[in-house]
Design a binder for this molecule. Structure first.
Ligand SMILES: [Zn+2]
Length: 238
């Protein structure tokens, strides 16, 4: 599709996902909710016992559980997800390998002149919720591993989840230190000349279920919805 339209595209790579060993927690949680008629588990300090027999019950379980998993300490989050998956016979690494592009596939797509590969932390962690040491590791090591695997330096970064508190001013500075030319948040907006002095905090329009219909994309790119959201303040950083 990108070829037909001659449209450049960027793929953001989290090395541990490409390596096939990442607990892609939001997808594994979905599998866990689908695994039986009830979801029983301890997450953080809370015990849950939720019915998951049909779609409305599953949707309700997801609405309750996903914020709980998301807010856990990032390392703890992965330990919890991996152990719940192990108990229920879900192969976390096998699942990761089945849904994610591996390094060979990334090296191949990187030969496409329209393709840019960029960094997305090592573990798909929320860097803003981590210590400065851990955040610096995620931002610099993702760049180093991608350079080693592809044989070329990556110039760009996108913060996983991408909004406050997942990417903060501290992390914009760490991304600068890690050597990126520019980084993307998920703050809604289109890029204006004023962003030139905020290159580690560029806005990004996330195309997800909320805007799934393609006919909305033109409107999004025009900048009008985000201008409304930002009250026409063009550079929403700080
Ligand atoms: Zn992501």
């Amino acid at each position: 599709m990108f070829d037909q339209l001659n449209c450049p595209y960027t793929i953001f790579v989290a090395p541990r996902i490409a390596g096939g060993t990442c607990e892609i927690w939001w997808r594994i949680l979905e599998l866990l909710i689908n695994a039986g008629p009830r979801f029983k588990a301890r997450i953080g300090t809370e015990d849950f016992d939720l019915p998951t027999r049909n779609d409305p019950e599953k949707a309700m379980a997801w609405a309750i559980l996903s914020p709980k998993v998301e807010e856990l300490d990032q390392h703890e989050q992965r330990r919890v997800i991996r152990s719940l998956a192990n108990e229920r016979g879900i192969d976390v690494d096998g699942y990761c390998r089945s849904v994610a592009m591996d390094w060979d596939e990334l090296r191949e797509i990187n030969t496409d002149p329209l393709c840019t590969l960029a960094a997305h932390s090592v573990n798909h962690f929320s860097v803003g919720k981590m210590s400065a040491t851990d955040a610096a590791f995620e931002l610099s090591q993702s760049r180093a591993i991608i350079a080693r695997e592809l044989g070329e330096a990556t110039r760009f970064n996108a913060y996983p989840y991408g909004d406050e508190p997942n990417a903060t001013l501290r992390d914009f500075n760490l991304a600068q230190d890690a050597g990126y030319e520019a980084s993307l948040t998920t703050r809604k907006g289109v890029v204006f000349p004023g962003h030139a002095s905020h290159l580690q905090a560029l806005p990004r329009i996330m195309v997800s279920g909320r805007f799934q219909e393609l006919r909305y994309i033109d409107a999004l790119i025009s900048g009008l919805p985000t201008a409304l959201a930002n009250r026409f303040s063009k550079v929403n950083v700080g």
